[in-house]
Design a protein around this ligand. Structure first.
Ligand SMILES: NC(=O)c1ccc[n+]([C@@H]2O[C@H](COP(=O)([O-])OP(=O)(O)OC[C@H]3O[C@@H](n4cnc5c(N)ncnc54)[C@H](OP(=O)(O)O)[C@@H]3O)[C@@H](O)[C@H]2O)c1
Length: 345
């Protein structure tokens, strides 16, 4: 074994291990490129799993922790979505900041390689350097404005040209827009519908078919808690996220038999540039919010559990249920206080 090899001892396996007697010869799995598919309950000893993991770049504790969790997940016969994170490719739109950049960090720490997509090339390049330095991640950058209807097809062609199979697609690019009826900037609304709905739909269909043919893979589409209710002064945005939720859930049902899962991610208020971009600067300071790290952690856990949607945080979850039970008129009238422009108050 070369110097970059790492060993991981998982001892004992919590749900399986019943300590009665000592010592069983550890079984060794040499998992080149961490092919966890090779592991099965039959080949797993009762007491000890001993993985010898060989990687070209030195790993670190986060990486091994993730490998251990993935292995245990698989061995316990529970939820196993993508064939393995390590050395597989994820495509992330909106990777230049906020939740998308955090997805990139989290998946890179699991050994994934990344296709990073957004308009701000400088931020994508900085992120690629950061991830390559920290984890040896291969990053392909595609600078793309998803408000251009031709871009999803161009992205799919570019990915095919680079001969990459996308194992995990994260349609995260999106933005909000706060406005009143009288002063609405219609081109901005069209741009938002193009990015939040049309590009997401096209990219999903472009990559989902290949995943289903291969029999594994995942899609995470970033929706919002706004998907569960109409939101005054942000009507088109909330409706676009309702589309993402319903679209993703329908595909989840269609694809699940094939081994592919589709998750609608519904974050509540999250500390990113989102509200500044939407025209509600400072809005977050008055509200309860989550970090992008928390949102991404919840998303990946939900993907592994093959959930069709996840609302981030239990308060947000309860609110998402409450608005479904409440009178619709009350819900939408209450929503007026969230984003009413200052001069209209
Ligand atoms: N933050 C929240 O409270 C919250 C809550 C619920 C849902 N969400 C959703 O979470 C997703 C990520 O938002 P965020 O909170 O992380 O905000 P963010 O930091 O502003 O990130 C938005 C990302 O989308 C990209 N993007 C925007 N317009 C684009 C375009 N025309 N073409 C390509 N990429 C574009 C941006 O990249 P460039 O500007 O470099 O192109 C950026 O990377 C969005 O879909 C948003 O609707 C956010």
């Amino acid at each position: 074994m070369d110097a970059s090899s790492r060993k991981l001892l998982i001892f004992p396996i919590p749900s399986v291990y019943k300590p009665k007697r000592t010592v069983c010869e550890p079984t060794r799995f040499c998992c080149r490129e961490i092919d966890l598919q090779q592991l099965s309950l039959e080949t797993t000893p009762r007491f000890v799993l001993h993985f010898s993991l060989t990687r070209t770049d030195p790993g670190h504790s986060e990486f091994f922790r993730e490998v251990a969790l993935t292995a245990l997940t698989r061995l316990s016969g529970r939820l196993y979505v993508i064939s393995a994170y390590a050395d597989q490719w994820a495509l992330i739109t909106g990777a230049s900041s906020g939740i998308g950049a955090e997805f990139a960090r989290r998946l890179a720490s699991r050994g994934m390689h990344l296709i990073l997509i957004a308009r701000r090339k400088d931020l994508l390049e900085q992120l690629a350097v950061e991830l390559h330095t920290a984890h040896g991640t291969k990053c392909e950058i595609i600078v793309s404005d998803l408000s251009d209807p031709a871009q999803p097809a161009a992205i799919a062609e570019e990915v095919a040209r680079r001969q990459i199979n996308v194992e995990l697609l994260i349609n995260n690019a999106g933005f909000g827009y706060v406005s009143e009826i009288e002063t609405v900037d219609l081109p901005r609304v069209e741009e938002m519908i193009q990015v939040n709905i049309t590009a997401l739909t096209k990219l999903t269909y472009r990559f989902l078919g290949g995943m289903m043919q291969r029999g594994h893979g995942g899609v995470i589409n970033t929706s919002s808690v706004a998907a569960f209710q109409p939101v005054a002064y942000m009507g088109a945005y909330a409706a676009s996220k309702a589309y993402v939720l319903h679209f993703s859930e329908a595909l989840w049902a269609e694809a699940r038999e094939s081994g592919v899962t589709v998750l609608a991610l519904c974050p509540g208020p999250t500390r990113t540039d989102f509200f500044d971009v939407a025209g509600a600067k400072g809005w977050l300071t008055k509200k309860r919010s989550q970090s992008a790290e928390e949102v991404v952690r919840i998303a990946i856990r939900a993907l592994e559990k093959k959930k069709q949607y996840v609302v981030c945080g239990w308060i947000n979850y309860i609110l998402s249920l409450a608005v479904r039970l409440a009178n619709r008129r009350t819900v939408v009238r209450e929503s007026m206080k969230f984003f009413r422009p200052a001069k209209a108050k």
